[in-house]
Design a binder for this molecule. Structure first.
Ligand code: PEP
Length: 251
């Protein structure tokens, strides 16, 4: 089954406003003919509206790295899905491992954010992935299974149409230790199996699943060559236009 191919850049808490504009311009300028490949940028939220404006009329989409699930209220420091929509963003990254492990975000919160994102017409990119000790103790697969099940509680199958999943083993994020293509492919198959159990084979077969974790221009080929890897979510290597573009091009 032909699925969407998505190449996403998570800029994390990097870039001044000027740097973000330069980076977005560099990426847009170097896109050339990338065919039907989708490119999504996740700048820090303060820069989102301006990056959205730069990307208008280009094949590049924009998302936020996180948001709260309420529409508005006394939630100091948070941004709402309504604000994200108003800023013109299309995607929302949800449950990134840094949200889960630095800020203690739970599967329950991830689920509420997924539902809120859909409610506001955003496209959630839902991140899952196991810790090193979970993999080493043989629990990697069950952790990822329960993260997927937890993220989609209460979701009707037809709402999966705009969901993207990113498998990001925590031990591979920002560490330079990339999963082998075979390791990533095996977990992507596990994720499709969970989706099949929850929503049926058609949705399992059509949901894009990206790999993330130390993706670089020199390892993209093997990863993207796997049957169930539909693109990548890139952190460090997305902060320089040439390396991000090399990944998009090679992939
Ligand atoms: C990420 O931030 O989602 C990520 C995968 O980071 P890196 O590519 O730096 O490992």
């Amino acid at each position: 089954m032909k699925r969407r191919e998505i190449f996403a850049g998570n800029w994390k808490m990097y870039t001044t406003h000027a740097e973000a504009m330069d980076l977005a311009r560099g990426i847009i300028g170097g896109m050339g003919n990338m065919g039907t490949r989708e490119v999504v940028l996740f700048p820090p939220s303060l820069h989102v509206r301006d990056v959205v404006n730069l990307c208008k009329g280009t094949p590049v989409s924009v998302g936020v790295q996180n948001m709260y699930f309420e529409k508005e209220g006394a939630f100091t420091g948070e941004i709402s899905p309504a604000m994200v929509k108003d800023a013109g963003a299309r995607f929302c990254l949800i449950g990134h491992s840094e949200r889960r492990h630095v800020f203690g975000e739970t599967d329950g919160q991830v689920n509420k954010k997924v539902l809120a994102g859909l409610e506001w017409g955003l496209e959630p990119m839902v991140c899952v992935g196991e810790l090193l000790e979970e993999r080493e103790s043989g629990r990697g697969e069950s952790v990822v299974r329960s993260q997927i099940e937890g993220a989609f509680v209460g979701l009707a199958g037809h709402r999966m149409k705009t969901i993207v999943i990113a498998y990001e083993p925590v031990w591979a994020i920002g560490t330079g230790k990339v999963a082998t293509p075979e390791m990533a492919e095996a977990m992507h198959c596990v994720i499709r199996d969970v989706l099949a159990g929850l929503f049926g084979g058609e949705i399992a077969g059509s949901t894009p699943i990206l790999y993330g974790g130390s993706v670089k221009p020199d390892n993209i080929k093997g990863l993207f060559g796997m049957a169930n890897i539909d693109g990548v979510l890139v952190g460090g290597a997305s902060l320089k236009a040439p390396s991000f573009l090399d990944i998009v091009r090679v992939g």
